[in-house]
Design a protein around this ligand. Sequence first.
Ligand SMILES: *[C@@H]1O[C@H](CO)[C@@H](O)[C@H](O)[C@H]1NC(C)=O
Ligand SMILES: *[C@@H]1O[C@H](CO)[C@@H](O)[C@H](O)[C@H]1NC(C)=O
Ligand SMILES: *[C@@H]1O[C@H](CO)[C@@H](O)[C@H](O)[C@H]1NC(C)=O
Ligand SMILES: [Fe+2]
Length: 477
Amino acid sequence: MKSLLFQLILASFVLSNFDNNVNAGHTSVFVRKEWPSEDIPLDHEIFSVPTGHNAPQQVHITQGDYDGKAVIISWVTPDEPGSSKVQYGTLKGKYEFTAEGKMTNYTFYKYNSGYIHHVLVDGLEYDTKFYYKIGTGDSAREFWFQTPPKIGPDVPYKFGIIGDLGQTYNSLSTLEHYMQSGAQTVLFVGDLSYADRYQYNDVGIRWDSWGRFVEKSTAYHPWIWSAGNHEIEYMPYMDEVVPFKSYLQRYPTPHLSCKSSSPMWYAIRRASAHIIVLSSYSPFVKYTPQYEWLSEELKKVDREKTPWLIVLMHMPIYNSNEAHFMEGESMRAVFEEWFVHHRVDVIFAGHVHAYERSYRISNIRYNVSSGECYPVPDKSAPVYITVGDGGNQEGLAGRFLDPQPEYSAFREASYGHSTLEIQNRTHAFYHWNRNDDGKKVATDSFVLHNQYWSSNLRRRKLKKHHLSSVLKSIASY
Ligand SMILES: *[C@@H]1O[C@H](CO)[C@@H](O)[C@H](O)[C@H]1NC(C)=O
Ligand SMILES: *[C@@H]1O[C@H](CO)[C@@H](O)[C@H](O)[C@H]1NC(C)=O
Ligand SMILES: *[C@@H]1O[C@H](CO)[C@@H](O)[C@H](O)[C@H]1NC(C)=O
Ligand SMILES: [Fe+2]
């Protein structure tokens, strides 16, 4: 009886807190299936091989250092090694500088990869458009990229967030909508090509087709990579047992510049954001390299320089879809307390093929003997957003838990992508854009207030600090 009463009081407390926060969660009944969940046939023009002997293909770039003054440019030459040189400059067709990188190749079952080139182009000026050229003679190809502005607390910047993309007509729609969004960089939350849905040599072939598929964006905009379960490719039936083999060969990350021991987890700073990339499928419990690294990286976050603290991972920590329910519990148990303590602004994940956004909630009082195991409203907690709705061949995850748990604010099983448009140190505009009859429709939108600069606590502290320094300056006169 006593415990029932206690539970009632607790429940009303939890409910009233949610009421104070925001309205009750919303499950959108809208489902826009669009095209069938099938990969685009290999002979479709979207996968076409560029003309010219041994022409570079699958061109993609990513940030190459900690602060955005470098890019890593990668591509594949199919027939022979060719050159690993990039010519670049600030004028189109006039390439003053050259950078040289490395070539690698690998086998997967009986598939032999093309010659994969990775070139670090560094020491670049901020906020500058660079043109670059790769390949030689008739087969040479030219692209461009724009370096981000110098790190600073009020630097506006627009990120796109894409997950679980694959290579279907729905994937194509998501990709095109991102390209129309005006965003400048992709935060990719894992599961790239879905090549592991194929067997034998087709695995490698579908990695190549995906590289050509996304090139119209990845050759120009940096994509910040994180790995999903479809990158693991543990396939003992064909003697392929090295996890992440294709992914690691093809998609390098700047992990050394943040002292990470693995390309699977790392951090970058870009404009006014500090972005931490975690690996859901690498060891992360206490004493593992990822755990030790994250503990150090969080100490390096300087909200005076980069107010926005964003974390990317593949597996969501809060998810109310029947698909992959509770899979994120182990990482939640290890890292949630840090995310709350360090006031992470937003955590983006994929994996679940639907869209979902949480309220600011936490479940950090839990221990195995306390029994306090229910998430509660917590103003210091991040917003958790799942965008595993890129449009891959596995289709949508349409079954949500019913009733909608209190921690879930909005959810819909349609394809799409998100954008996060940082305005200054306090405000960012967030949108989830549904793919709707080939158009993008902003469906879930809100203003994200910065966890460090917008909170009352912080303002009060600043005021007090300001007041005491005013008093001090008076006193010294
Ligand atoms: C890489 O390419 C070289 C040169 O063509 C070839 O001799 C070698 O066997 C290839 N290695 C792998 C692992 O495919
Ligand atoms: C577990 O949680 C309970 C209730 O919050 C607390 O009293 C207790 O000290 C915790 N145990 C440990 C070992 O932290
Ligand atoms: C930050 O951006 C928001 C939204 O555009 C605006 O309302 C606010 O005044 C800006 N704050 C500062 C300090 O510029
Ligand atoms: Fe996944």
